[in-house]
Design a protein around this ligand. Structure first.
Ligand code: HEM
Length: 410
């Protein structure tokens, strides 16, 4: 099986002195997943090929990549060695442009900003949104059920989480295509805009929104954040922009992709689909396994000081990518990790991250996924992929399935 990796020959960044030659591999996080495999299997194939806990790639400015679950978790969570100052590669372009709050902050600065997010995304504030998620899910499904087919990503996955999110932040749905395009340029850039251009366009959009909501008594998430306090003071304008931008980027892309991985997998696993249709009480357990089996995020950390780590010398300023994917796919974490197993005992994953930056949107994401599975199976228990050629996948900071059509019999 082609997995898109070789020991590197052409390098677009020269190998620094601290990188041993045998740790260099030709891996590009923004390169498409080769045809004939899928996003997670290509990561696992990479883990099987690279015999080290950390490899180095010359692509995207040159950076390390954790190849084992425990190493990824340590890099994500040990802020005394690995800083959140820059979290995206290439460091000098994407990393610099993505100085968002709170993801780019280390403790102790991180905590008060993080509290602003927790106050808005916990079970209590989200209780009010639950019925809206159910209503929208049902109306989207009913909108295409009679047609016997849907373009799942465009007609459903990109609609539901994103419309709910626009409701939470009280932004008009008409602005959605523009915001989604900008969010995608951070995680899967198509080269049409530079990172500073993306960041500036986001700011140009947000500045009037924030100005209008400052000092008001709005109860939407943006109003509550920009009128909140950190350490007893108001947020500066730039802080307000950066925390709003972070929430938009985090909330617009990830659930879409996890939903698409889940439903495309269900379309192909006939036994699983029929088991859930026959006994919907198993959906809760299936959801836990979907979250374990389909992590999508690969963010990075910046090395604080020169340090010996996993058999190499890391230099201050080096970037280390910590894919959440290698955690779940590590045999030491999950037995036969590629197998989707209902009732799996002792699931271990870092799909929502590890340490103090663990995703504050996890409750919302789980709630949405659960409602979708419940309402979908109640209406369309049997479905399949329309295209026999199968699925295509895109790599990136957030991995994704390319758009696909689902079909069912009336
Ligand atoms: C299935 C869906 C989701 C997945 C898999 C996911 C995954 C992640 C991961 C892995 C991180 C940690 C990144 C790191 O430490 O470098 C993270 C952080 C974050 N996520 Fe999510 N996320 C999801 C949904 C959401 C949603 C719906 C929102 C917003 C409503 C959101 C907002 C954020 C924010 C603001 C952070 C930064 C937190 C901090 O720095 O303290 N995420 N997410």
């Amino acid at each position: 099986m082609e997995i898109g990796i070789t020991q590197a020959v052409d390098q677009n960044v020269a190998r620094p002195d601290n990188v041993p030659a045998d740790r260099v591999f030709d891996f590009d996080i923004y390169r498409d997943v080769p045809e004939g495999t899928d996003f997670h299997r290509s990561w696992r194939a990479l883990m099987d090929v690279v015999p080290y806990p950390l490899m180095w790639t010359p692509h995207n400015g040159g950076h390390w990549v954790a190849m084992r679950g425990d190493v990824s978790d340590v890099v994500m969570s040990q802020s005394d060695r690995f800083s959140n100052h820059t979290v995206l590669v290439p460091k000098d372009t994407a990393g610099e442009a993505y100085r968002l709050i709170p993801l780019s902050l280390d403790p102790p600065e991180h905590q008060p900003f993080r509290k602003l997010l927790n106050d808005n995304l916990g079970p209590k504030p989200l209780k009010a949104v639950e019925q809206k998620i159910t209503d929208l899910t049902v109306s989207l499904i009913e909108g295409f059920r009679g047609k016997g087919r849907c373009d799942f990503m465009h007609e459903f996955a990109e609609q539901l989480p994103v419309q709910i999110f626009m409701h939470i932040v009280d932004l008009p749905l008409a602005d959605l295509p523009k915001l989604k395009h900008l969010a995608d340029q951070f995680t899967r850039p198509d080269g049409s805009l530079t990172y500073p251009e993306v960041a500036q366009m986001f700011r140009d959009y947000l500045i009037p929104v924030i100005t209008a909501r400052r000092g008001g008594d709005g109860q939407d998430m943006i109003s509550r954040m920009v009128n909140g306090t950190v350490g007893g003071r108001e947020l500066t304008d730039v802080e307000a922009q950066n925390i709003c931008m972070q929430v938009l980027v985090g909330g617009l892309d990830t659930v879409v992709n996890l939903l698409s991985f889940t439903m495309s997998y269900l379309a192909e696993d006939h036994d699983l689909r029929r088991a859930l249709a026959a006994d919907p009480s198993r959906i809760d357990d299936a959801l836990l396994e979907f979250l374990r089996r389909f992590p999508v995020v690969s963010s990075s950390r910046e090395v604080r000081h020169d340090v010996d780590f996993e058999g190499v010398r890391l230099k201050a300023g080096d970037m280390v990518m910590a894919p959440t994917i290698v955690v779940t796919l590590d045999d030491a974490y999950n037995d036969d990790p590629l197998e989707f197993r209902l009732g799996r005992a002792g699931r271990r994953h870092s799909t929502f991250g590890k340490g103090s930056h663990t995703c504050p949107g996890a409750h919302l994401a789980r709630m949405e996924m659960k409602i979708v599975l419940r309402e979908w199976f109640a209406r369309i228990p049997e479905f399949r992929l329309a295209d026999e050629a199968g699925l295509r996948f895109t790599n990136g900071i957030v991995g994704s399935v390319k758009p696909f059509i689902l079909e069912w019999d009336e």
